[in-house]
Ligand binder design. Structure first.
Ligand SMILES: Nc1ncnc2c1ncn2[C@@H]1O[C@H](COP(=O)(O)OP(=O)(O)O)[C@@H](O)[C@H]1O
Ligand SMILES: [Mg+2]
Length: 366
């Protein structure tokens, strides 16, 4: 068995589907990538399960089965596309689908739907999943878990580098020149823009940010959105659809605004909250490496470039990792950490009481 080969499976808050990579943990390199969209009915159900509703236990179990089958199909495609026998893969690091994220306090928990047993059964490969719960159990946010991986791949000696992942939610990893690593969520990246364009135009996302670019930022709406107390909280902090959803937007929205102006304002909110967080937490940043699907939003990247004038804004592709492979690679890397019995979290990032071994193992044993 090749000791260094792992699969990473990531499906984030955007609910656009699953990114899967074959990852060489020795070379820190991706050797294959497959994206599978969720079936529309599953996507709708996962979205619905983000908010309290009837018969949740049963519906969550069915959705967890469906997520496992989607993941298993992707694994089969990935192995076929890369001509890799499954016996060569040491383990799968599988994120699951977050439907609740409520870290903190004695009642803290985080829920990623995935039937790990079913995935192990179908894939015939060891599965490491439920990667966030242990950090939450240790008093942490359970997020972000990617900064340690970002440090390993994008860290540069003598330079303050930030890594910005623009998924449904935006998160920053701060790789300080002196060796410290920070990381936290900054707020919505795509989730509100996705929801708004879906409601008004029936599109899954605002391609290249073109619709947002056709509107004008509305100053009063922007102020109302920025007044959300979560933005002013200091790190460590994480968030998700629990807070940032269309109902939240509807409570702030002023009547009579043109839909494209709302979209322009949502794009401005994403860019501004990232820029403000970066200026506060890493004022000497020389470079921002951008990844996630939002890196394909030209209008968002242009606006970030304006707000971060003087800082080099580049995508992860410059470093050999295409923007839609970084997060999945991070979960392959976390599976590697688990297998090596090495901690995956950074307590300074998540706020956990200490380093912890992250994940639960469903052995293949076939
Ligand atoms: N061409 C594009 N133009 C604008 N936005 C895009 C484009 N491609 C992808 N996106 C955005 O990226 C999101 C998916 O990003 P992803 O990194 O997979 O997020 P998550 O990890 O939350 O699933 C989509 O929902 C969409 O908002
Ligand atoms: Mg995604």
């Amino acid at each position: 068995m090749a000791a260094g080969l792992f699969i990473g499976l990531m499906s984030g808050t955007s609910l656009d589907g699953v990114d899967g990579v074959l990852f060489d943990a020795v070379r820190l390199a991706v050797t294959g990538h497959v994206h599978t969209p969720f079936a529309p009915a599953l996507r709708d159900e996962l979205l619905a399960l983000n908010t309290p509703g009837p018969n949740e236990l049963h519906r969550a179990a069915l959705a967890a089965n469906a997520v496992a089958r989607t993941y298993a199909d992707l694994v089969a495609q990935l192995l076929e596309a890369t001509a890799t026998p499954r016996g060569q893969v040491r383990a799968i690091g599988a994120h699951g689908q977050t439907v609740r994220h409520r870290p903190g306090g004695v009642e803290g928990y985080t829920t990623q739907l995935l039937n790990g047993a079913l995935l192990a059964e179908q894939a015939g490969i060891d599965v490491v999943c439920d990667l966030r719960s242990r950090d939450v159990a240790a008093g942490g946010q359970g997020a972000p878990l990617v900064p340690a991986f970002h440090r390993a791949v994008f860290g540069a000696a003598g330079e303050d580098v930030a890594v910005l992942n623009l998924g449904g939610i935006a998160n920053l990893s701060l790789l300080y020149a002196d060796g410290r690593t920070g990381g936290f969520d900054t707020g919505p990246a795509n989730c509100l823009m996705d929801g708004w364009i879906a409601r008004h135009r029936g599109a899954a996302f605002d391609a290249d940010g073109a619709w947002a670019a056709s509107g004008r930022v509305h100053a009063d709406l922007l102020s109302a959105l920025l007044a959300e107390p979560w933005f002013a909280l200091p790190p460590p902090k994480s968030t998700g659809r629990d807070l940032f959803h269309l109902d939240w937007l509807d409570t702030k929205r002023l009547p009579g605004l043109a839909p494209e102006d709302v979209q322009a304002t949502l794009l401005e909110l994403s860019a501004l909250t990232v820029a403000q967080a970066l200026q506060r937490q890493m004022p000497a940043a020389s470079r921002v490496v951008v990844c996630g699907g939002g890196a394909r939003n030209g209008a968002l990247l242009r606006r970030l470039g304006e707000l971060l004038a003087g800082i080099c804004v580049q995508t992860s592709a410059v470093h050999g990792l295409p923007v839609d492979q970084v997060e999945a690679a991070a979960f392959a890397w976390l599976a590697h950490r688990f297998v090596e019995r090495q901690p995956g979290n950074l307590p300074a990032v998540t706020g956990a009481a200490g380093p912890r071994l992250l994940g639960a193992l469903y052995p293949a044993w076939v």
